[in-house]
Design a protein around this ligand. Structure first.
Ligand SMILES: Nc1ncnc2c1ncn2[C@@H]1O[C@H](COP(=O)(O)OP(=O)(O)OP(=O)(O)O)[C@@H](O)[C@H]1O
Length: 761
C-alpha cells in the first residue's frame, strides 16, 4: 500500500470518526436536556408527604430514586464527554502504527492499525483502530517482521508479521511513513528524541521499546523492580504502565486505586500531562514528605529531604555534623526498626506516656489515671486495641463530668452572653422537650453550652490524642536500654533528644516516628490503593521503604530508580533497588539503553557513572560536552551569560544551570539576575517555564533540559567520592548539550572520562 492508499484509508476512518462524533453529540445534547429538566423539576417529581411515618419513608425513597436518576445521567454525560475528547484526538491522529499479521495455521493476513484508543467500523463489527493496550498491539512493540507471537487470556497466539509500518499523522494528514526492518522504531524515535525538551513530559506510546513494554504490560509480579540508567525511560514506562493497567482492569480499577510517589512537587506537575494525553484521568500523586506529614502532629516540624541533603552538603563545619551523619546512617537502617520493635514490645507492659485531659485549665483526668487504666487492661490485648478501650472509657468519664459541669456558674455566664439568634434557636428546640418541666428551656441551654465546650475534648479523645507519642518516642533515647545498639548510640541519643525537645523531626526520624505512632495507635494500613508506583526509589532509605511496605501490605508495587543516581548518603545501605533476594512473584527488570542524551553525552558520562550497570547510548548525534576553564573568578557571570546566549541562539529552549546545592544556586542566581532573564527553582516550585533556570541537582531529579550548564565542576567543589552520584545526575539531565565550567582543576570524575569524549575550551 502506498502513501496515497494509506491517506485514503485515513480519510475513511476520519469520516467514521465524524459520524460517531455526531451521534455522540446528539446523545450528549439529549442527556444535557434531560439533566436540566430533571434538576428543574426535581421537587415536582418527588412525592413529599410527611404526615405519617410510612409517608416519610415513602418520601425518602422517592427522593433517593430521583437523586440516583440524576446522578446516573450526570455520570453518563461525563462519560460521553470523555469519549468525545478521545474521538477528537483520534481525528487529529488516528493511529501511529500498522502491522500485517498472519495467524497460524493458514489464516488470512490481517491488517492491524494501532492508535491511542480503539475504534469500530460502522456496523460495530471490525476494528478500524486497535487500542495500543489491546493484546494484539503488543506485537507492534515486541517484534520486527518475521515470526511473532502475543499473549491473550486464551493463550499464546503465534504467526508471522509481514509488515510493520509507522506513521506520523497530524491534522488527519500523513506527515511521515516508515516501514521498519530489524530495529524498532528508530526513525520515529530519532525524530521524537531530536526535538527540544518540553516543560511537561510527553507520552511515548508510538515508540515504546521492547524492554519498556515488558514493564508496561507486567501483570504477574506483586513487586516489580526496575533498575534503569539515566534517561532509559523509567518514568515514561511507568506512566504508560498506569494507562495500561487502567485499561486492562477498567472494570475493577479506578484512578483512586492507584498512587504514585514522586520525588518532588516540580516533578509531579512535570508528568501530569501524560495520562490525560493518553485519554486517562490522572491518578493520585504524593511525595514521601507530604505522605508522612499527614500522619504526624501539626505542631511538630518535619525537616524535608532537601533540607537534609543541603545540610549534609554545606554544613561540614557545624559542630554536630559528624553525629548528624551517624544519625542519618543509623535511622535509615532496618536495625533501627528492630530496635523500635523491641521498644514497642516492652511498652506493652509499661512506659507509654499520656497527656492530661484538661478542661478550663483544670485537669479532668490526669495522665497518671489514664496510664493506670491503660496498664490495668489485659496485657494480651494489642496496644492499639487497648487505646480504643481507653478512649471509650474516657468518653464515659467525660460524659459524667459534662453532666456535673452543667450546674456550674460559668455556664450561667455563658448563657447570658449568648446572642439572640442562638437563644431563639435553643428556645425553639427546647419546646420539643418535656412540656411539664418549667425549667426545660434553661436546662436545654445549659446542656447546649456545656456540649459545645466539651466537644473539642471528645474529638481529641476519639482521635487518641491523649497518648503522648512524642514523649514516648523521646524516652527511647533517654531511657531505652538495648543489648544491640550502634557504637555511637549515646551521641545519637543526645542529638535526637535535643531535636525532639524542640518538636523537630529530622528527615531520617520522620518515617521511624510515623511507624512508631502507627504501631501504638493502630496502623492505618491502606487497603484502597491496589497499585503503588515509586519513582526515584534509590533515594528511599531501607527504613522508609519498609515503612511503605508496612502501610500498603496488600498493594502491588512497581518501584523504579537508578543506583547511579542515589544522592542521599544512605543510598548504599540496603537500597530497595538491589534486594537481597526476590520472592516468588517478584521480578527485576534492568534497562541499559539511555534515550535522553545524545550519544556524545552518554559516552562521556558513562566513564564516571557510579554503578557497575551497563550504559548504552541511543544513536543520536550531537556536540561533545564542553569543559570551559575560567581564567579568573570574575569571569563566571560573563562566561555563563555568554554561553546561555549561544545556547539560545542555537535554538535550545530550556537551559538549566545545575548546581550542587541550593546555596550555590542562590549565589549564581544573584550573579545573573541583572544580566539575563533567569528563574530560580526551590522546593516550593510547582511548575516551570521555558527559558533559563537555576536549581540544585536534587530538585532536577527526573527532569530533563535541552542544555545543562554545570557552573562549577572543579575538584574542590565535587571533592568527595560521594559527590559522584550528584555530578552524574546533573550531567545526565541534558538532552542535547552539556557545558561544564571550572576555575581550576576539573573534578576527578571529568578526569576519569576519556579525553576524546569532551572538548576543552
Ligand atoms: N520509547 C521511547 N520513545 C520515545 N522517547 C522515549 C522513549 N523512552 C524514553 N524516551 C525519552 O527519553 C527521555 C528520558 O525518559 P525518562 O525521563 O522516562 O527516563 P528515566 O529513566 O525516568 O530518567 P532518569 O532516571 O534520568 O530521570 C524522555 O524525553 C523520554 O520521552
Amino acid at each position: 500500500m502506498n502513501r496515497e492508499t494509506e491517506q485514503h484509508r485515513i480519510n475513511d476512518v476520519i469520516r467514521e470518526i465524524d459520524y460517531k462524533k455526531n451521534k455522540l453529540y446528539s446523545k450528549a445534547t439529549e442527556l444535557k436536556e434531560s439533566i436540566i429538566g430533571l434538576r428543574k423539576n426535581f421537587w415536582e417529581d418527588v412525592t413529599v408527604n410527611l404526615d405519617e411515618p410510612d409517608d416519610v419513608i415513602e418520601t425518602q425513597a422517592s427522593l433517593k430514586q430521583q437523586a440516583e436518576l440524576l446522578s446516573e445521567r450526570e455520570r453518563f454525560h461525563g462519560k460521553v464527554g470523555e469519549e468525545l475528547k478521545t474521538l477528537n484526538k483520534l481525528k487529529d491522529s488516528p493511529y501511529f502504527g500498522r502491522i500485517d499479521f498472519i495467524e497460524n495455521p493458514g489464516n488470512e493476513e490481517e491488517q492491524i492499525y494501532i492508535g491511542i484508543a480503539s475504534l469500530m467500523d460502522h456496523n460495530e463489527e471490525n476494528f478500524l483502530i486497535y487500542d495500543w493496550r489491546a493484546p494484539i498491539s503488543s506485537l507492534y512493540y515486541d517484534y520486527s517482521p518475521g515470526k511473532a507471537q502475543y499473549e491473550t487470556m486464551q493463550g499464546t497466539i503465534t504467526g508471522e508479521m509481514t509488515l510493520k509500518r509507522q506513521f506520523i499523522i497530524r491534522h488527519g494528514l500523513i506527515e511521515g511513513m516508515f516501514d521498519t526492518g530489524v530495529t524498532i522504531g528508530d526513525q520515529l524515535l530519532q525524530q521524537a528524541l531530536g526535538n527540544n525538551a518540553s516543560t511537561a513530559m510527553k507520552s511515548i506510546v508510538a515508540t515504546i521499546q521492547k524492554e519498556q513494554n515488558k514493564i508496561i504490560r507486567n501483570e504477574r509480579s506483586s513487586l516489580l523492580i526496575v533498575q534503569g540508567v539515566a534517561g532509559s525511560g523509567k518514568t515514561s514506562a511507568v506512566l504508560q504502565r498506569i494507562a495500561y493497567l487502567m485499561y486492562r482492569f477498567r472494570e475493577k480499577l479506578t484512578a483512586n486505586n492507584l498512587l504514585l510517589f514522586s520525588p518532588n512537587p516540580l516533578f509531579s506537575s512535570y508528568i501530569s500531562n501524560v495520562l490525560p494525553e493518553l485519554g486517562e484521568t490522572n491518578i493520585n500523586q504524593t511525595t514521601l514528605l507530604d505522605f508522612l506529614k499527614k500522619g504526624i502532629e501539626n505542631d511538630i516540624r518535619i525537616e524535608s529531604p532537601f533540607e537534609q541533603i543541603e545540610y549534609t552538603l554545606t554544613k561540614m563545619d557545624s559542630k554536630d555534623y559528624a553525629v548528624r551523619l551517624k544519625n542519618i546512617d543509623f535511622k535509615s537502617r532496618l536495625d533501627f526498626k528492630h530496635m523500635l520493635d523491641e521498644y514497642i514490645s516492652r511498652l506493652k507492659y509499661g512506659g507509654i506516656r499520656f497527656k492530661n485531659l484538661t478542661f478550663r485549665k483544670q485537669i479532668l483526668i490526669s495522665k497518671e489515671q489514664i496510664r493506670d487504666y491503660f496498664y490495668s487492661l489485659d496485657q494480651e490485648i494489642a496496644i492499639p486495641n487497648r487505646m480504643e478501650l481507653v478512649s471509650k472509657w474516657l468518653l464515659k468519664e467525660i460524659y459524667k463530668q459534662q453532666k456535673a459541669e452543667k450546674k456550674k456558674d460559668w455556664v450561667t455566664e455563658k448563657i447570658e452572653l449568648l446572642d439572640k439568634e442562638d437563644y431563639m434557636k435553643a428556645y425553639y428546640k427546647s419546646q420539643k422537650e418535656d412540656e411539664d418541666d418549667p425549667d426545660r428551656e434553661e436546662k436545654f441551654l445549659r446542656s447546649e453550652v456545656v456540649n459545645k465546650y466539651f466537644s473539642p475534648i471528645k474529638r481529641r479523645v476519639k482521635q487518641l490524642e491523649f497518648v503522648h507519642i512524642l514523649a514516648t518516642y523521646r524516652e527511647l533515647f533517654t531511657k531505652g536500654e538495648f543489648e544491640e545498639k550502634p557504637e555511637d548510640w549515646k551521641e545519637i541519643s543526645v542529638h535526637t533528644e535535643a531535636n525532639l525537645s524542640h518538636k523537630f523531626l529530622t528527615w531520617e526520624d520522620a518515617a521511624p516516628y510515623s511507624y512508631f505512632k502507627d504501631r501504638l495507635l493502630g496502623n492505618h494500613t491502606n487497603q484502597s490503593v491496589r497499585h503503588l508506583f515509586i519513582d526515584e526509589v534509590q533515594d528511599y532509605s531501607a527504613f522508609q521503604f519498609a515503612y511503605i511496605k508496612y502501610i500498603f501490605p496488600y498493594t502491588r508495587m512497581t518501584i523504579l530508580g537508578d543506583v547511579n543516581q542515589g544522592i542521599y548518603t544512605y543510598a548504599t545501605t540496603a537500597n530497595p533497588l538491589i534486594p537481597e533476594e526476590l520472592e516468588k512473584n517478584q521480578e527485576r527488570i534492568t534497562l541499559t539503553k539511555s534515550y535522553r542524551s545524545t550519544k556524545q553525552i552518554v559516552e562521556f558520562t558513562k566513564y564516571f557513572a557510579p554503578g557497575k550497570e551497563l550504559i548504552e547510548p541511543f544513536e543520536r548525534e550531537g556536540e561533545k560536552p564542553k569543559l570551559i576553564t575560567l581564567s579568573n573568578k570574575a569571569d563566571i557571570a560573563e562566561t555563563l551569560s555568554a554561553n546561555v546566549k549561544e545556547l539560545l541562539d542555537k535554538g535550545y529552549e530550556t537551559i538549566a544551570i545545575i548546581c550542587k546545592t541550593l546555596q550555590e544556586s542562590t549565589m549564581i542566581y544573584h550573579l545573573l539576575q541583572h544580566k539575563i532573564s533567569v528563574k530560580q527553582i526551590n522546593e516550593q516550585t510547582y511548575s516551570f517555564e521555558k527559558g533559563l533556570l537555576v536549581l540544585p541537582v536534587y530538585l532536577a531529579k527526573g527532569i530533563e533540559f535541552d542544555a545543562v550548564i554545570i557552573p562549577n565542576a572543579s575538584k574542590q567543589h565535587y571533592a568527595l567520592e560521594s559527590d559522584r552520584t550528584l555530578f552524574y545526575t546533573a550531567c545526565s539531565r541534558a538532552m542535547h548539550m552539556l557545558v561544564m565550567m571550572t576555575e581550576d582543576e576539573p573534578c576527578t570524575f571529568i578526569e576519569q572520562a576519556a579525553r576524546e569524549t569532551f572538548e576543552l575550551l
